[in-house]
Design a protein. Structure first.
Length: 257
C-alpha cells in the first residue's frame, strides 16, 4: 500500500469519486479503470499487478494535464474485454483510447492488454501536441521490490517470477524510469515537462515509468499510437541469467504477432 499523503500530493491514483468506471474481463484476468485516471487494477489469476496506468497531454509548452482534466469521458463497452474512452477539448482536439484485454488460461500467470490511442486535431491549423503514457506497476501486488529497464522502446519491469513488458508503436521520443512518486509529481507540477531518457536499469523499489511522444498534428489530422502490455510468470530458477533468456523469448514472441 502506497503512502496516502504522497498519493494526495501527487493527485492520487485511486478511483476518483463520481468518475465513470469500466471493467474488462477475459480468461484469468480482470482490469478496472475509469475516465478520470485510466486503469487502476490488473488482476491476473487473482493478483493485482497494477496500481495505475494513465495518460497525460499538453499543447505547446503549457503544463501537462491528466486525461480526465479535459472533462468527463464517454465510455463505450464493445465487449466484456473491450472498451473505448473518449475525451473532447471543444474546438481543439479529441482523444480516444481503446483497451482490449486478452487473458490467459486459469493458472497460467499470463495476460495482455492492447491499447490504441487516437488524437484528432479539430482545428484548421497545425497542433503542437505532446502525449505522455504513465505506468505504475506493483508486481505481485506489492509496492516495493520491482526492477525496471529500458531496451529498444520496451520497458520491462519484474519482481521474480513475474515479468511485465510494455512496448509502443510508433517509438516514443522520450522515456523515463524512476521511483514513485517523483515522475508523477513531475507530470503534475504545473510546468511543461520533458522526460529525461533515464535511468536504466532502476530498482529494486517502487518503480514507475513513462513514455513521451512529441508531434505536430496537421490541420484536421490524426496521430495514432498503439501500445501492448504483457504480464507473464517465468519458470524458475529465477536467476538473472534465466530472466535474460525469458525476456529474449518474450521479445521474439511479441515481434512475431
Amino acid at each position: 500500500m502506497k503512502n496516502i499523503s504522497l498519493l494526495a500530493l501527487s493527485l492520487g491514483v485511486l478511483s476518483v469519486a463520481n468518475a465513470a468506471t469500466f471493467t474488462l474481463t477475459d480468461g484469468n484476468s480482470v482490469v478496472n479503470g475509469d475516465d478520470a485516471i485510466g486503469l487502476y487494477d490488473w488482476f491476473t489469476d487473482g493478483t493485482d499487478h497494477l496500481y495505475n496506468q494513465d495518460y497525460f497531454w499538453r499543447v505547446g509548452n503549457t503544463a501537462e494535464q491528466r486525461q480526465g482534466a479535459i472533462g468527463p469521458g464517454v465510455i463505450t463497452q464493445f465487449a466484456p474485454n473491450i472498451a473505448n474512452v473518449k475525451f473532447t477539448a471543444a474546438g481543439l482536439f479529441s482523444i480516444d483510447i481503446t483497451y482490449t484485454l486478452i487473458g490467459g488460461a486459469n493458472g497460467s500467470g499470463t495476460s495482455d492488454i492492447g491499447e490504441v490511442v487516437r488524437i484528432r486535431n479539430l482545428t484548421n491549423q497545425a497542433l503542437d501536441f505532446h502525449l505522455f503514457e504513465y505506468d505504475d506497476f506493483d508486481i505481485l501486488g506489492t509496492a516495493g521490490g520491482d526492477t525496471a529497464f529500458f531496451d529498444g522502446n520496451i520497458v520491462t519491469q519484474f519482481e521474480m517470477p513475474v515479468v511485465s513488458m510494455v512496448g509502443t508503436v510508433p517509438t516514443a521520443n522520450r522515456w523515463q524510469i524512476g521511483p514513485f512518486p517523483g515522475l508523477l509529481n513531475d507530470l503534475n507540477d504545473g510546468v511543461a515537462t520533458n522526460l529525461t531518457n533515464g535511468v536504466t536499469p532502476s530498482g529494486p523499489g517502487d518503480m514507475t515509468f513513462a513514455f513521451q511522444w512529441d508531434r505536430t498534428i496537421a490541420a484536421n489530422g490524426n496521430f495514432i499510437m498503439s501500445k501492448n502490455k504483457r504480464i507473464e510468470t517465468v519458470p524458475e530458477p529465477a536467476t538473472m541469467a534465466a530472466l535474460g533468456l525469458g525476456l529474449a523469448a518474450l521479445a521474439r514472441r511479441r515481434r512475431s504477432k
